[in-house]
Design a protein around this ligand. Structure first.
Ligand SMILES: Cc1cc2nc3c(=O)[nH]c(=O)nc-3n(C[C@H](O)[C@H](O)[C@H](O)COP(=O)(O)OP(=O)(O)OC[C@H]3O[C@@H](n4cnc5c(N)ncnc54)[C@H](O)[C@@H]3O)c2cc1C
Length: 308
């Protein structure tokens, strides 16, 4: 296994696979460091009367990319990167979690995000069986049904806006007040007759019978209420997997890696794509497109360096 590469891609989700595919196409010496191939596309989501293959948009393209990358890639390290350091000559040293390091001239960061959880009992059990962390991905599956939105802040307000025209009724649970940019507008929305607001209530347990059937919430006085719903959207913020570059590149307030239209970060030679970045909409087709752009940008960067 060589220790020096032209480019190293971190993350094997839709963005990382698309970036790697382009770097292989450019016939560069590339390594992909990722514990898996597919990223969040491999996460489960199922509902009664919804065919499994229809639940993740773009999944078949990701599987095709994974096959394409696997057949052309000589260096896949099933590991994670703990730290990226910039060396004096402008190249990079990547420290691997399992120990050891690799060096490269360009880095493409595609490490995705993780959803904040409620940690209520039943959450893990019903995740993907009525409980979702992404309204934009799953709202249409719940058309005509009663749902709950758990959270507070911008992501919850956006989920309410998306869900309201589709669903029968929404129970909105906000345990603690969260900041939103336009409070007055949010309050108008929360006053909608199809939304019941539970402020100061905690989620105690997710209920189900194969699929979600409701949730128990508990108030500050200890009162417990059962809300019958078929869908639960946990809409706290997303936590970008930025550890490896946290002290190196510019991040926004939420920890997303700031990128320009070319997927370039604030450090020359480091590119980023997909959910971990400031690009709008955490969706598979968006991540594939952004990953392709990041791969092409890294290719141009390396070609320009070589031509000097
Ligand atoms: C339950 C669920 C359902 C969804 N459904 C849909 C849907 O129906 N349609 C849709 O378009 N989108 C959907 N999404 C969103 C979609 O999955 C994401 O937008 C997309 O996967 C983002 O791609 P990505 O490559 O940026 O990140 P990810 O898919 O998150 O991949 C990140 C990769 O980075 C790796 N990684 C993390 N840290 C490190 C590290 N330090 N070093 C190396 N590798 C690392 C991970 O192992 C993984 O391979 C859904 C998301 C979830 C959670």
């Amino acid at each position: 296994m060589p220790e020096h590469f032209d480019a190293v891609v971190l993350g094997g989700g839709p963005a990382g696979l698309a970036a790697t595919a382009y770097l292989l196409y450019a016939q560069l010496n590339v390594a992909l460091i990722s514990p898996d191939l597919g990223g969040k596309v491999s996460y489960p989501f199922a509902l009664r009367n919804v065919p499994r293959q229809d639940t993740v948009w773009g999944a078949s393209l990701v599987h095709e990319l994974a096959e394409r990358v696997s057949s052309g890639l000589q260096h896949h390290l099933p590991d994670t990167v703990e730290r990226v350091e910039r060396l004096e000559n402008g190249s990079f040293q990547l420290t691997l979690s399992a120990g050891g390091s690799v060096r490269c001239r360009a880095v493409v960061l595609c490490t995705g995000v993780r959803a904040q959880r409620t940690f209520a009992s039943g959450e893990a059990e019903y995740w993907g069986r009525g409980l979702s962390y992404s309204a934009v991905s799953h709202a249409p599956f719940f058309a005509g049904r009663a749902v709950a939105v758990i959270g507070g802040g911008e992501r919850s307000i956006a989920a309410l806006q998306i869900l309201l025209p589709l669903v029968k009724r929404i129970d909105y649970i906000e345990a603690r007040p969260q900041p939103v940019a336009d409070r007055a507008r949010a309050e108008v929305l929360l006053n909608h007759p199809h939304i019941s607001v539970f402020r100061g209530w905690e989620v105690q347990q997710i209920l189900g019978n194969d699929f979600v059937t409701g949730l128990d919430i508990v108030g500050i006085n200890g009162e417990v209420r059962t809300l019958p719903v078929e869908g639960i959207f946990v809409q706290y913020g997303l936590l970008p997997n930025n550890n490896a570059v946290r002290d190196l590149v510019q991040l926004d307030d939420g920890g997303h890696v700031v990128v320009d239209a070319h997927c370039a970060t604030s450090i020359p030679g480091i590119f980023a794509a997909g959910d971990v970045t400031t690009i709008y909409a955490e969706q598979v087709p968006v991540s594939i497109g952004e990953g392709a752009k990041a791969g092409i940008s890294a290719w141009h960067y390396l070609a320009a360096q070589t031509a000097l």
